[in-house]
Design a protein around this ligand. Sequence first.
Ligand SMILES: [Zn+2]
Length: 386
Amino acid sequence: MTADPVALARDLLRCPSVTPKEGGALAFLEKTLKAAGFSVHRMTFHEPGADDVENLYARIGTAAPHLMFAGHTDVVPPGDERAWAHPPFSGEVDGGELYGRGAVDMKGGIACALAAVLDHLAENGGKPKGSISFLITGDEEGIAVNGTPKLLQWAAERGEKFDHCILGEPSNVNALGDTIKIGRRGSLNGQLIVRGKQGHVAYPERADNPVRGLVTLVSALQAESLDNGSDLFPPSHLEFTSLDVGNKTVNLIPNEARARFNIRFNDHHTLDSLKALVEQRAAKAAGGKIKFAFQWAPSNAGVFAVKPGPFTDLVADAIAKATGREPELSTSGGTSDARFISQYCPVVEFGLVGQTMHAVNERVPVADLAALTAIYRTIIDRYFGS
Ligand SMILES: [Zn+2]
């Protein structure tokens, strides 16, 4: 008997697991994976000021190579439930599509990985020639402090070693097979503060207007590009998002002016080298005449990428076999848990099509669930050489 990804996805969709609620989704995975011979750990993590979050780690096999499937069972709220064609936690199929919050982001992806793994095990004596694990968090759509980072750290402390990971986020833009995400730009937020001297607007010689200095530094930082892009990434980019003086008085020169900005950066930089570069350029433009300082927001969004090679070829070939498409290897888009996983092993993101994610009437074609299961199955079979 082969596993049915539509039935598995429907069972997951019926669990109302809006972050940080477990909603029965991890319990369902635990039961299903245990029945297939996995050893399953349910981990609840805590952090002052954040909600407790439940997570799951399950592994079968003890040998290398070790292939990990990662994902999250938590979902964003459904919004106005009356606007849905079918209740968001009912998992109904209509017109060849399965409806529900999380259908593509990403209970559908988890269901496909689960179905593919169960089928692989069933046809290979119940054991992989190596190890397969599921690393599933309930804290991806939230602030992500009690999820994947802590789960990975916990796994590392008990000696778990991963060789490759597939994160089943909805990576495709328009059609199943069009995009594999192999990395992401880094993201850094900062604030530039220029200090002057407050005074009457009619007597500027007695004051020092920081707006003048801020404009000079902002212009200088906008004038020069950070790099010209790399093999895997577009050019890094600094974008100012707000200029703030907060001065409500018409005849007052303020004593301070601020500019907020974000930088999306590629693999020419690290968080530290980038801060140094920006500070150095500002210092040059200030020429010792403008008093300024930077405040950098804490960031755990460094740049990462998997170099195209045997593993990305394996994934791309499996996609081509099932869909006839040649996927683009992309580094675009916002952050995901891949940034945490990349610190432990190479990770690619490949899942369903993202078009309806987080939207009313989130849904997935049943045909896509079958195709994604076939793709994952080919990847697993070839990864373990069976
Ligand atoms: Zn997601």
